[in-house]
Design a protein around this ligand. Structure first.
Ligand SMILES: *Cc1c(COP(=O)(O)O)cnc(C)c1O
Length: 425
């Protein structure tokens, strides 16, 4: 984890802070009356937890000027960012307001944010798993999801002075986390009686929001609305979050349903709170729609260079297992990237890459540190040619199916040894 002056290193992931901000602006346009939980779990979907969180909280990714910025291990692009107010955490007035809550899955992620000096509200999406974790969450002012009786019990036993914001989670059909419909009223009553709870919100999570016309999604939204009704709150207002304003009715609970796919495809899920993750990184959550048509720009570009170039005769093979055989004479470029960097071993022959901006294809098996590319049709190809695996010019959505996976997993599995550099700061 050192700052390096060598900007030629590869492979590298380049993260575009401007894209992150613009994607957040897309969320605001889609859900102008909703408040946002910007989800930064799993190292901000592989984009870098602390710097990404700083951007969503309205600051510079490096937290320039604070000590925390020194340990992040990324490079500063000196060519951009001039004229920007770099005071960390204060917001630099670039259209990013300060009302974003950061969503994480693990307490450790919340602590890393606090250690970096990030003061924004943080929501722990799975809540705490022990009394010790609850104390720690209190110490660091972390909001918690409450999805089980065990978690309520911990709150009842909590003796500290801190009072939590609790996000009561209803299971409307995903059957992963949350209280069942029949258990919710009792859970709410218990939580209301907890001295440790200052405020409560109600949330659920959709299983099939990415499927247009999903009957399950419709049922989940209906169930959520019915439960809200039964609790005496307002029914789901179609795209009318905040009608009546939180606090107008004392019993009214602020509500949250939407992840990225819900937010885009199911407007009735844009309630007082939305919880986008994937779309903030410029990736489309919907199978049939490209990120570009949604106004999103990929924040991550994964790139490397060719470190060798060969001419193969027809019939020769390349790489482990000799699984690909040249059908005619071809030029093969060896790229310095492999599954040790997070480029999946499962990536099949024919997966798209770009070499010096030209389309090319993966051939043979991806190994730990290298992979082979058919560069026969790339003009002027040479050792050192730039290779893009996904990102700018090659949406990850087009790459993921070639490894039988989804963009979420592609970006999450970038490994430690890949250099991370920032632009647009
Ligand atoms: C991860 C997560 C999200 C964000 O989901 P995306 O599909 O990335 O938008 C929202 N809510 C919860 C509870 C999550 O765990």
């Amino acid at each position: 984890m050192r700052r390096s002056a060598d900007r030629s290193g590869f492979p590298a992931v380049t993260i575009d802070a401007t894209a992150l901000r613009d994607n957040l602006a897309v969320v605001r346009r889609l859900a102008p009356r909703s408040r946002i939980v910007a989800v930064v779990k799993a190292n901000a979907y592989g984009h870098g937890l602390v710097p990404v969180a700083r951007v969503f909280a309205g600051a510079d990714p490096h937290g320039a000027g604070d000590e925390a910025g020194q340990g992040v291990g990324h490079e500063v692009d000196p060519g951009v960012g001039q004229g920007v107010d770099r005071s960390a955490g204060q917001g630099a007035g670039r259209g990013v307001t300060q009302d974003v809550t950061l969503g994480v899955a693990r307490l450790e992620e919340a602590l890393a944010l606090r250690e970096a000096g990030i003061a924004a509200p943080i929501l722990l999406l799975e809540g705490v798993f022990s009394a010790a974790q609850l104390q720690c969450a209190a110490r660091h002012r972390v909001e918690i999801v409450v999805h089980s009786g065990e978690q309520i019990h911990m709150l009842e036993q909590f003796t500290g002075a801190y009072r939590f914001t609790a996000w009561l989670k209803l299971d409307t059909g995903m059957n992963r986390l949350g209280f069942r419909v029949g258990e919710l009223a009792a859970a709410r009553t218990r939580l209301s009686g907890c001295a440790a709870v200052a405020g409560m919100r109600l949330m659920t999570h959709l299983a099939c929001a990415d499927e247009p016309d999903s009957a399950l999604t419709r049922a989940q939204i209906e169930t959520f609305g019915a439960v809200v009704d039964a609790l005496g709150g307002d029914a789901l207002g179609l795209d009318e979050p905040g009608a009546g304003a939180p606090g107008a009715g004392a019993s009214r609970l602020e509500r949250s349903i939407a992840n990225s796919a819900g937010l885009i495809a199911w407007p009735q899920t844009r309630l007082e709170w939305v919880r986008p993750g994937l779309m903030l990184y410029g990736l489309s959550p919907l199978a049939g729609r490209s990120a570009a048509t949604l106004g999103l720009r990929p924040a991550m570009t994964l790139s490397t260079r060719l470190i060798a170039l060969h001419r193969l005769a027809a019939g020769e093979t390349v790489g482990y297992g000799a699984i690909w055989r040249a059908p005619q004479p071809v030029s093969i470029g060896i790229a310095a990237i492999g599954y040790g960097d997070g480029y999946p071993r499962g990536m099949r022959n024919g997966a798209p890459v770009r070499v010096d901006g030209h389309e090319a294809r993966i051939v043979g098996r991806v190994s730990m540190d290298m992979c082979a590319i058919d560069v026969t049709s790339v003009p002027g190809v040479h050792i050192g040619s730039a290779v893009t695996l996904w990102g700018e010019g090659l949406p990850a959505e087009q790459v993921a199916p070639h490894a039988d996976t989804i963009t979420y997993e592609l970006v999450c599995r970038i490994t430690e040894r890949v250099k991370r550099q920032w632009q647009g700061i």
